[in-house]
Structures are given as structure tokens and as C-alpha cells.
Write a protein that binds this ligand. Sequence first.
Ligand code: MLT
Length: 407
Amino acid sequence: MIRLNEHFAKLKASYLFADIAKRVNAYVAANPDKPVIRLGIGDVTEPLPPVCIAALHAATDEMAQRATFKGYGPEQGYAFLREAIAQHDFQALGAKIDADEVFVSDGSKCDVANIQEIFAHDVRLAIPDPVYPVYVDTNVMAGRTGVNRDGRYEGILYLESTAANGYVPAPPAEAADLIYLCFPNNPTGAVATRAQLTAWVEYARRHGAIILYDAAYESYIRTPGIPRSIYEIEGARDVAIEFRSYSKLAGFTGLRCAYTVIPKSLKARDAAGQEHAVHALWNRRHTTKFNGVSYPVQKAAAAVYTAEGQRQTRALTDFYLGNAKLIREAMTKLGLACIGGDNAPYIWINTGRDSWEFFDLLLNRAQVVTTPGAGFGKCGEGHVRISAFNSRENVINALARIAAALK
Ligand code: MLT
């Protein structure tokens, strides 16, 4: 019989959100008369902004005519979108990013999962705890870790994010090669200051490391002075890759569009010590394994950068932040310590109990789905994450149910 990739056997049986969905589906099947409210996975609920809908319709009409029909597009994305991204998301912040350093894709999850392919097997990993599980699991699949002992994989340098450091880990004393950072953070909702990101960029430059910077929640930043991009930090072009997404910015979780920025000055070396541009390697990988995002979807993404698109997406993220504020206030009133929700759509709650037990309690007594903190790592134990992605009505109902359940 054929042998499998044994590293897959080191993984927990199922992906965190698949595991939760299984438990919730079992509950719903057993209790059809008890409707659940889902504040677990960060999936948006509000319709697409009207500018995106209009762009989708117009692009569909173009696809209906021989003269304007489009077949395969450029794998890296159409110039109209890459130029809008470079200009609005980076150059407007003073960050030197060119359109041809942007790779448009169908999701940040895939990009952040796939990027590790172009680095050596024995690079030293530094990954926060708690963390979006994709960073860890994809490195386990690739064979970069040992086995999981007591909730942690051998071979990973875990960057603990706790109340003691304000949920923003400082660079460690040890050297690491590949560092995952996510701000605004999933799951804690914490943001990093300019000084904190500068310390990471300086660390990466000192050690010849690369930072994988997941900025999927950048559009939720409201506190003035908090960097929106790692490229706002001097020297980051030489040491960082940034991931962005339209999912939480413009409700694209079902439409699928994101992008990754790889500056041309970012280098990695081969076993013989020769330097290679990571941009060229990713371009090679992207053109081999990916055939581009559909034209109508890229048109919808580009519509986000119009004046009306900026207004509509701001209203959308403000709406979810309004939910987040209600959640944080309600949890605080219940005497639970929490962070997040002010610059992120997630509220990270210290429950003081086993996190899966608390998850079960809220599901069984309040019919509210949350995400148990332990699913994000050892430091997540004792916590749950509540997502602000739902209608106002559902959020208000969920908070009333949670308050009643915890009485
Ligand atoms: C989450 O709930 O953490 C996110 O929605 C997952 C994702 O974006 O893939």
C-alpha cells in the first residue's frame, strides 16, 4: 500500500473550525427547536458593498460580449487592481511598494499557508501562541516540526502572547529564521505599536530572518498612530512579506480575493550561500500553481478603492466594530476580563475556566457559538474568542442569552 506523508499524522484530527462546526452541527441536529447564534468563525454576514455589486454586474456584462470577454488573466492579478493596491494601501501611507510587488490571490488563508513552501525544511520557526492555526498546521504538514507534546510541536519557538506582555510578544533572545506575526491579531484583537513593530524589523534584519506579516484585519484599526502595514516601518522591505484580504474589509469571504506583497529587495540564500529574490521564487510558484482570480471578482475588489467604495467599506467595518463594542461592554459587565474589539472584530475573553468547557456551556445553555481559546494554542487555554461578525439583532440576542446563562 502507498505510504503517506507521515507529517500529516502529527496533526490533530481536524482543523479547529471544522471541529467546532462538527460539534455545533451535532447540537443543532439534536436540538432542532433551539436556534443557535454563531459568533465563532469570523465569517461575515452583511451583504457586499453596493459598489462591489455594481462592478460584478458590469464585469459580467463584459464577459457576455466577444469584444470584452476575458479568458485567463495574468496569474499575478490585473494591472488595474495591483496599481490601485500599491497606490491606496501602501504609497498613501508613505510605504514604497510597487504594483508589480503585489500578487493577487483567492485568499490570505491559502497564501499564508503556501508561502512556507519556498523556504528550507530546517528553518527555525517563531510562531505566536495563541495563533491562527494555519501557520502552525501548514508547517507541521511540511515536516518542519517534531511531534506534538503537551499541546506544543517540537521545533517551534512559541512567542507567548499573554496579559503580561499586552498580547504582543517581543522578539526573543534566540535567533529565528521565519517569523509569523498578525496584527490586528487573530484571535486576541491586540494591535502592535510602531515601536513594537520596529523592534521586530530590527530583529529580522539582525538575524537575516523573514517576517510573514498577516494584516487581514488592518481595516479595523481605529487608534491613530497604529501602523496599518509593516512597510510603514523603516527597513521592512528587506525582511517582510505582507498578507491582506478583502474578506473582512469588504465581505468577500464567499467571493474570494486577497493579495500578498513581496518586495523585490527581499532575499533568501541557497545552500551554497547564493542570494535569490523571494519575489522571483514566489512568482515562479504562483504562475505554476495558480491561474489567477476571476476578472469580475478583481473588478469588485478594485471598486473598494473608489471614493464611494472607501465610504461603504468604512461603514461596513464600523458596523462590525459597533457589534464588537457591545460584546466587550457586555462581557466586562459580567465581570470577565477581555481585550480586543476596538481595533479588531474579535474579543478575547478570560473566562477563568477550561476553554472547551466554557464553549460547551455557552452552546448548551445559551445556544451561542464561540471559539475556545485552547484551539489557538496553549496560551489560549482559559479563554474564548467572540466574533463580532453577525447582525446587530443576533449580537444583542446572543449577549442577552449569555448573560442569562452565566447568572
Ligand atoms: C477566523 O475565524 O479565525 C477566520 O475567519 C478564519 C479565516 O479567516 O480563515
